[in-house]
Design a protein around this ligand. Sequence first.
Ligand SMILES: NC(=O)c1ccc[n+]([C@@H]2O[C@H](COP(=O)([O-])OP(=O)(O)OC[C@H]3O[C@@H](n4cnc5c(N)ncnc54)[C@H](OP(=O)(O)O)[C@@H]3O)[C@@H](O)[C@H]2O)c1
Length: 268
Amino acid sequence: MDIKGKNVLITGASSGIGAAAAIEAASRGAFPILVARRRNELERIAAMIQNNTGRLPLFQNCDITEKSDRSALIEWLEKEIESLPLLINNAGITAHGRFDKTRPEVLERTMQVNFFAPVFLTQEILPLMRKAEGKKKIVLVSTPSALHGVPGRFAYSASKAAGHAWIETIRIELKEEGFDTLLFCPGYTTTALRTSGLAGDGSTLEEEQASGARTPEDVAKLLLTSVRKDDRISFTNAAGRYLYYMRTMAPGTLENALGKKLKKDFQK
Ligand SMILES: NC(=O)c1ccc[n+]([C@@H]2O[C@H](COP(=O)([O-])OP(=O)(O)OC[C@H]3O[C@@H](n4cnc5c(N)ncnc54)[C@H](OP(=O)(O)O)[C@@H]3O)[C@@H](O)[C@H]2O)c1
């Protein structure tokens, strides 16, 4: 898919991978539309894009878990643009904690942000996407943790795995109308994700960045390259590819490796 000259709506564009994807998409000639809750951060990223390209991108603050916010977003979009060929569902939170130590509201919030919100937003935005000529694409920024339940991360794994089932379904259902999909599963990336997520007791996480993490700028480049190449699923590191293949080739070995990771996490 060639994104040059096309509208690209990116959720979670106020920081991390989403902000870097908006900057990268604009540098590749696309017209990014930035969406997240923090308007001041959206303004800052939009000003950076204007500085780089001479064109101020559209941006709108929206809590994607709130129906009224999503309705206002769609109403605004219908006035601002004619069609939307590319939607990147990137906004997300992480959640850490064992199954037996995670409060129900942590699971509910994680499912709301990572699963229900992108599903509902995509349903509501489909009429605008259907107006686009040629290829249309729906992207879910997921994680390798969706490929197999990860101990100590069950809420996060489950919320993103549900997203995989959804994307795989619409890939088939919407194909005849010219829709394509991408499951983009980045490895550790240096963003706010590990400090803005939820712990099992509902408090905010305060984790250090994982070693070997990539920059959001690198990851955004890989994301847009996967969009261009029409990948079905893509990874940014060996851990993602390892989980993908081991899940079917050697599930017992994979379970042992994940069990060792759990013990190591607890020693920390
Ligand atoms: N960083 C990693 O290591 C990593 C690895 C694998 C996958 N991912 C995935 O990458 C995606 C982006 O995360 P990131 O790493 O770039 O983290 P981040 O810097 O924390 O970005 C998360 C973005 O989501 C937005 N967001 C959160 N809740 C929202 C809501 N209710 N409504 C609208 N926007 C909301 C945040 O904006 P506001 O706070 O302004 O709303 C922010 O822009 C996530 O889906 C995550 O699961 C990240």
